[in-house]
Design a protein around this ligand. Structure first.
Ligand SMILES: [Zn+2]
Length: 410
């Protein structure tokens, strides 16, 4: 009897402790969740580093139109967070991708004197996968969920700051693959099968819409087609390949062959790129082990990636990028370098353009990338038929292309 009686007390005390433990966890998760929103709403200063709870998610605020994300390179294993055990869930770290991301950041800072936005998940992937939707990312562990929100909120904040200063930009999700073919796999959300189709298929529906660089397709400075952006001589793959690192897709390797492994972009590339709208594009970079594992090789590779990223932004986004980088306060000042100005802005209808050659063409895009008006160059453009809102006005000649933001009111 006494034994059974004692056993009941032990069970009761155990149950009470379990309930207290669960209540504490709920309280902690609620607090963490609140903190994650606090971090979302604060004022960020370029060059400063911000942390989520326990410093496990890190964000260095930038002042360039470039965002670097490292979701799979973390080392931290706090015991309070349960391991992810979901069926089919990947829990392996992408080795040295956190180090690689920091080295790309350092190389860009060295070359430009300016900061890219950088978001780092310091948690090991067996705790949090910051490139999955929340259920798989946390294996439904509510105590891990706040860290997922922190990561996503930091990227959203970076995107907002890029948009505010530049109106457009690019997000790179940095990963590492273990495939035996030693080359970069660049993800634009097109599968290997889709990439094996010809250029005209890539340039027509649905493939020309199913892309993480949808906004760039409409607004790139050279009016390149989708296929040229993905695998032409000025594609990101070509820019890294000419620096000695093979990449697919590129002008040299336009698609993976049947049976060859290929990662085409994950959750972050969909969520943070322009496929579903907006003016921030995304490319997933999956680096092979040959450029990641050795420190000296990784430094050289990070430098090449930094160069390719800057070249890509200058070629396709901002024609005078290397003359200004982060030094200009606004897109209007940046465009002054292209000798084009518009007045008045905002406008109720008629705008006047100054500074372009008479042979230019004027295209006006809505902010979701749709062409809404296309005319030959004129100094008086009538926008009275457009709905109120923000538009991108692109003036292009054979020699130069300028994109300016205009606001239509009333
Ligand atoms: Zn990865």
């Amino acid at each position: 009897m006494p034994k059974a009686f004692n056993g009941n007390i032990v069970v009761l005390i155990y149950c009470k402790n379990v309930i207290i433990f669960i209540l504490m966890k709920i309280l902690l998760a609620t607090l963490l969740f609140s903190f994650s929103f606090l971090s979302y709403s604060q004022n960020y200063v370029a060059g400063n580093v911000y942390y989520g709870n326990d410093s496990l998610i890190e964000y260095r605020c930038g002042n360039l139109p470039i965002i670097l994300s490292s979701p799979h390179g973390g080392y931290e294993n706090p015991t309070i967070l349960p391991d992810r055990n979901c069926v089919g869930c990947v829990t392996q770290r992408d080795s040295y991708t956190q180090e690689l991301t920091r080295q790309i950041e350092a190389a860009i800072l060295f070359k430009t004197g300016c900061y890219p936005h950088v978001i780092i998940n310091k948690l090991h992937r067996k705790k949090l996968d910051a490139n999955r939707e929340i259920i798989e990312a946390t294996d439904s562990n509510f105590i891990t969920e706040p860290y997922w929100h922190e990561y996503m909120n930091f990227v959203d904040s970076a995107k907002k700051l890029v948009y505010k200063k530049f109106l457009k930009g690019i997000f790179f999700d940095i990963h590492g693959h273990g495939h035996t073919i030693q080359r970069l796999e660049l993800g634009y959300l097109l599968s290997g099968t889709e990439l094996r189709k010809n250029d005209s298929s890539l340039n027509s529906s649905p493939l020309n819409s199913n892309t993480s660089i949808l906004n760039l397709r409409y607004s790139n400075l050279s009016s390149y087609s989708h296929s040229q952006l993905i695998r032409g001589s000025d594609s990101f793959g070509a820019m890294i390949q000419k620096r000695g690192v093979p990449a697919v897709p590129s002008d040299s390797i336009p698609f993976p062959l049947v049976g060859e492994p290929y990662f085409n972009g994950g959750y972050n590339t969909v969520r943070f790129g322009s496929k579903n709208g907006g003016t921030i594009d995304a490319i997933q970079i999956e680096s092979h082990q040959g450029v990641r594992f050795d420190y000296n090789k990784r430094v050289v590779y990070a430098d090449s990636l930094a160069e390719a990223i800057l070249e890509y932004v200058e070629k396709h986004y901002f024609a005078y990028f290397s003359k200004t980088y982060c030094s200009t306060a606004s897109l209007e000042e940046r465009n002054d370098l292209g000798y084009i100005s518009i007045f008045p802005n905002p406008t109720t209808g008629l705008i006047y353009l100054k500074g372009s050659s008479p042979n230019s063409k004027i295209d006006i895009f809505s902010m979701d990338g749709k062409l809404v008006k296309s005319i030959n160059y004129t100094e008086n453009v009538d926008l009275s038929r457009l709905k109120n809102g923000v538009y991108l006005l692109r003036v292009s000649s054979e020699r130069k292309v300028n994109t300016l933001r205009i606001i239509k009111n009333q």
